[in-house]
Each structure stands twice: as C-alpha cells, then as structure tokens.
Design a protein around this ligand. Structure first.
Ligand code: SRM
Ligand code: SF4
Length: 568
C-alpha cells in the first residue's frame, strides 16, 4: 500500500485508490478456480459492478464442521431506473434466475431485480445475459449513486412520464464513466473492446465516501419513500404541467445497535428548482458529499452525517455557491400514502394496469402459488411493461384491452390472484428485507419469517375489524434499514435469532420516523404488545386517523421530529 495515503482513511478507501478505477484484480479473481471466492480487496470492488459475495448462511456451520470453505455465491443487483422493465427484459431475468441463480427473482425496495446464488464461474454469463436486453448492474451497489427511484403511478399521465424520464437522465448522468465494467464482464464476447477510460469527472478516482441514493415522487403518492434518500425530489405540478421539484437532502435509515451517534434521518427540504436544473443540482450535491463526506469511518460517512456535522445552512450555502444561483422557496405539496394501490385501474387511453401483490418481493413457484410461471406466460404476450414498485410489488402496466381477461385468468389458474378480502391490508402493505439465508448482516429472519408472523397478527387484526385498515408493517433482520423499518407504522428490527425491537409511530406517508417501543421481543411478545394497541386503535381512533398518528396521540411513543432525536 502506498505510503502517501493518509493513514486515517478507511480500508475501503485504500482499496478504491489502488483499484485503477474499479478494476483491482477482479480478472484474476474470476480466473481462480481453486476457490469460489474473490481476492479480499475485490469483494469491495465488485459491489460497484452490482454484485456482492455472499455465503449460504444456512450451511455455514455444517460446511465448517466438514472443513470445507463456505458455499460462496453472488447476489447481482440489476439497475432498473424508475423500476420500468419491458416484457423482454422480464423474460430474460426470469431465464437467468433459472440458468445461473437460485430460480427466484427478488424485487427490491429500490425497484431493482436481484439474482441470488450465482456461482463465481457464472457471473460473466449472467451479466452478459442481461446486457443483451439493455440492462446493467454497474452502480447497483458501491460508493456511488444507486438505482434512481421514481414512483410508479399506475394512472399514466404526461407529468408522470416526464418525472420518469428525469429519473433515467439523473441515473445516466451519475453512472460511473470507468470502462472497467465493460472490460471485465463484456469485452471479447458481446461488446467491442473499448479504450480504457480513466476519468471520473463527477466522482474522481476514489468515488464517494459511501453509497448515495436519489428518489423522485409525484404527490400525492410517496411510494418511493423519498425522505429516506440522500436526495429526494418532489414533483410540483400545476394544471397538468410539471413546474419543477422541491429538493430534500440528507435522508438515510441505517444505524448500528449500541452506537447512538448513528441514526436514521429523514431528508430536509431546502427549496425548489425548475426541472431543467434538477440534474445540475443533483450533481453539485453529490460533489459536496464527495469533498466533505467522512472517508475515515464508514459508519458516519453518509450525507446525513455530513449535513448534521456542518449544519444545514452551511451545506445549503455551499450548494448555492457551487451552483452560482439559489434555490427558491419550496412549493406546497401533500403526500397521502407511501403504499401501493392494488388491483386494476384504467388509463384514459383505454389501457389498463394491474398492481400485483408480491410477498416479500420474491418471485418464485411453490405448490399452489406459481407466480414465476404465471408471469413468464404473461411476458410472452403482454405488450406493456413490468414495473417494479419501491414496495417490492409489481405493476403490469399498459395492458391492452384484449389481454386483460387472459392475464387475470393466468394469475388465477396459478393461485396468484387472491381476492382483496383474502388478504388484510396489513399483509399487502408489509415489507421485509432479504435477511437470511443470504445477507451477511442479518441477526434474525425477515422475508422468510414475516408471513408466518402475519398469519398470527392477521387473526388479531380481523378480530378487531381492522382488515381494511392501512397499517404499514416493516421487518428487517438487522438495523441497516433495507425494508425502511423506521418508516413503518410498526417497525420490527432483528436483534438476535427470533428477537426483534419494536418501533411505533411513523406516519402513513413516509414523513415521520418511528421510535423504539419495546426491545428483544419474541413472537409471543410481539403479539402480546400489539394486541391491546390494535384493540385501542379499533375503538378510539379518530376519522381518517392512521395507526402511527394514533399511537403518538395516545402517548405510546413520543413523535420523532428529527433523526437527532430518534434515540430519545
Ligand atoms: Fe440494503 C446492505 C439488501 C435497500 C440500507 N442491503 C445491504 C446488503 C447488501 C447486505 C450487505 O451489506 O452485505 C443486503 C443484501 C442482502 C441480500 O442477500 O440480497 C441489502 N437493501 C437490500 C435490499 C435487497 C432489501 C430488499 O429486501 O429489498 C434492497 C435493495 C435495494 C436496491 O435495489 O438497491 C435494500 N438498503 C436498502 C434501503 C432502502 C432504500 O434504499 O430505500 C436501505 C435504507 C436506506 C439507506 O440507504 O439509508 C438500505 N443496506 C442498507 C445499509 C445501511 C446503510 C447505512 O447508511 O448505514 C446496508 C449496510 C451498509 O451499507 O454497510 C445495506
Ligand atoms: Fe441484510 Fe440488514 Fe439489509 Fe436486512 S436490513 S437485507 S438483514 S443488511
């Protein structure tokens, strides 16, 4: 390692510096057939290429006893700006999951596809496979701007289309310029060999101090949960015209148990910007974080900590200086909900949309529920899009009238079209992160366990006549916040196997964080604590009062007004 490097930089910063714009020794790592793993430094670099090295945690101890190396495999995250994929792209992802993954597709909380269980030797073929249908995984993970989210308003409108186009433009503008991705994964097979590009005009050679996230939303829907992003953009529309965006900065949800200096934080709105200047504003915010962000301690390196360290006024002043102009005051707007509106809707042009519930975002086949097969069949004739929502669900969008009945029948035949009354809203709106068996960070189950917990909670909910009450429940296997649990009206965060912290009191529109209510609950404890609160809510709620607002009004928890008082 070079002696000129400041000794305080974190390990990952050293790896980035030495990487020659994200190349590292990835080519050698891939060629090494003696292990299913990469060279240690490359495990950091491959994230920028959209992939994580993982092990099958269900098998870790057994393999250790057998003195075998862990069963290494890779998760690949395919970027889908705004969550919009064509039928052809869906078909390809479906096929790649079978050919190289574990046979399932994961629709994530940021509107991307994830493949799990890809062996090292199959990584290039998988990446080439989605490249052929104009998809990529560069910047799926890593210290760069990630998939740009955009709310998936099922009712097509010209404004919604403009917002989506902007999401794509921002994504393209902030995609790393290095040709390392193309050289390592694509050259010699599908792409012509390209000249190496060793210039990153926006990021520089050490990229950002940490991951960076941007989301756009068109009120009244906040299903992209914009306030949990480093930059949130709220579309301001007047008489069917897009005027511009309110800009919010400094959102992020990750924290670490036992480190109160880490906390979830919602973004602060700092002003309004006309549409034509949005990309420039995003770029300048990214460069401030590049220059001012903490490169020493990765636990304190997100933009939210940069802003709280220097103070919001100083941050905004710097932004204005870099822009050479000032944002104007934020415009009025109102969000109603951060959940998806399920079922069929019609667009003015005669096309239809179907918002489909996908439990845990996992597209798979199991007895009595053959979602993967049903969607594969639909993708063979559907002329519209497959839109991934930020709530891990799926919208079949722009369905031509002649296919409507066929789609409905196909879903019914495969057991994937439950009637609204069969599912409580609690279940339909629930989010769970991946957690075990692939996530290295998980202390507890989430995606694999939440449905069972919901079986029990549903009984309580129905007993209190709350099956139609929209209550947001979100579960994660650790405090990193991947299913945005701190924006759940009920948040369950894994502490240890079978044990969760219970958070209450977020609002229904993603505008207020929740607060810790009880710690280390097992299943019985969760049900015991929630049952009387559901009963009180059923009996004493005011008209239109959300569950999160109710628990705050009744004093179960104090309202969290800023990330800095989340732990109070
Ligand atoms: Fe996440 C890390 C899965 C959305 C905050 N996240 C991880 C890793 C890669 C675990 C790891 O570091 O080894 C997980 C891979 C598990 C697996 O096996 O697939 C993982 N995150 C996910 C997904 C798949 C959850 C899901 O079930 O849908 C989501 C993929 C999003 C995407 O498509 O890009 C996902 N992660 C989020 C979100 C929600 C969001 O962005 O809206 C958050 C909270 C918002 C935020 O960023 O603050 C989130 N993930 C984290 C963090 C904490 C970051 C922090 O600032 O502290 C980590 C850990 C880290 O970065 O060190 C993490
Ligand atoms: Fe893994 Fe934790 Fe994210 Fe869940 S919240 S996917 S356990 S990092």
């Amino acid at each position: 390692m070079s002696a000129t490097i400041a000794p305080k930089l974190s390990e990952v910063e050293h790896v980035k510096i030495a990487s020659r714009y994200l190349r590292g020794t990835l080519v050698d790592s891939l060629a090494n057939r003696l292990t299913g793993a990469l060279n240690p430094d490359d495990t950091h670099l491959i994230k920028f290429h959209g992939s994580y090295q993982q092990t099958d945690r269900d098998l870790d101890s057994e393999r250790k006893q057998q003195k075998l190396e862990p069963l290494f495999s890779f998760m690949i995250r395919v970027r889908v700006p705004g969550g919009v994929a064509s039928a052809r792209q869906w078909q390809r992802m479906d096929a790649l999951a079978d050919a190289y993954g574990n046979g399932t597709l994961k629709l994530t909380t940021r509107q991307t596809f994830q493949l799990h269980g890809v062996l090292k030797r199959n990584l290039p073929a998988a990446i080439q496979g989605f490249n052929e249908v104009q998809m990529d995984s560069i910047a799926g993970c890593g210290d760069v701007n990630r998939n740009v989210m955009c709310n998936t308003n099922p009712h097509e409108s010209a404004v919604h289309h403009q917002v989506y186009e902007l999401a794509k433009t921002i994504s393209a503008h902030l995609t790393p310029r290095t040709t390392a991705y193309r050289e390592i994964w694509l050259d010699g097979s599908l792409q012509e060999t390209t000249e190496a590009v060793d210039d990153e005009p926006i990021y520089g050679h050490t990229y950002l101090p940490r991951k960076f996230k941007i989301a756009l939303a068109l009120p009244p829907y906040n299903d992209s949960d914009i306030f949990s992003n480093d930059i949130g953009l709220i579309a301001i529309e007047e008489n069917g015209q897009l005027l511009g965006f309110n800009v919010a900065v400094g959102g992020g949800l990750g924290m670490t148990f036992g480190l109160p200096e880490t906390y979830p934080r919602l973004a602060d709105i700092i002003g309004f910007v006309p549409t034509a200047e949005v990309v420039e504003v995003c770029e300048k915010i990214v460069t401030i974080q590049r220059d001012w962000g903490n490169r020493e301690n990765r636990k304190l390196s997100r933009l939210k900590y940069t802003i709280d360290r220097v103070g919001l006024p100083a941050f905004v002043a710097e932004l204005h200086q870099r822009l050479g102009y000032e944002l104007t005051p934020a415009r009025p707007y109102q969000f109603h909900s951060s959940s998806d509106a399920f079922g069929w809707t019609e667009s003015p042009g005669g096309l239809a949309q179907l918002v489909l519930f996908v439990e845990g975002g996992r597209v798979l086949d199991r007895p009595g529920y053959r979602l993967k097969s049903a969607l594969r069949e639909i993708s063979s004739f559907h002329t519209g899009e497959f839109r991934l929502t930020g709530n891990q669900n799926l919208i079949l969008a722009n369905i031509e009238p002649q296919y409507r009945a066929r789609i409905q029948a196909g879903l019914e035949e495969n057991g994937c079209a439950p009637k609204a009354e069969q599912l409580t809203r609690l279940r339909r709106d629930a989010l769970a992160c991946v957690a075990l068996n692939t996530c290295s960070q998980a202390f507890a189950e989430a995606e694999r366990y939440l449905p069972q917990l919901l079986d029990k909670l549903d009984a309580v909910i129905r007993a209190h006549d709350l099956a139609d009450a929209g209550i947001l429940i979100r579960m994660t296997g650790c405090p990193n916040g991947c299913a945005r649990p701190y924006l759940g009206e009920i948040g369950l965060v894994g502490r240890a196997p079978g044990r969760y912290n219970l958070y209450l009191g977020a609002d229904h529109a993603g505008e207020r964080l929740n607060k810790l209510y009880r710690e280390m609950l097992d299943e019985e404890g969760i049900i015991r604590e929630l049952t009387p609160i559901f009963a009180a809510y059923a009996a004493q709620r005011q008209a239109q009062e959300g569950f999160g607002d109710f628990v705050v009004r009744q004093g179960y928890v104090k309202a969290t007004t800023h990330g800095l008082n989340f732990h109070e």
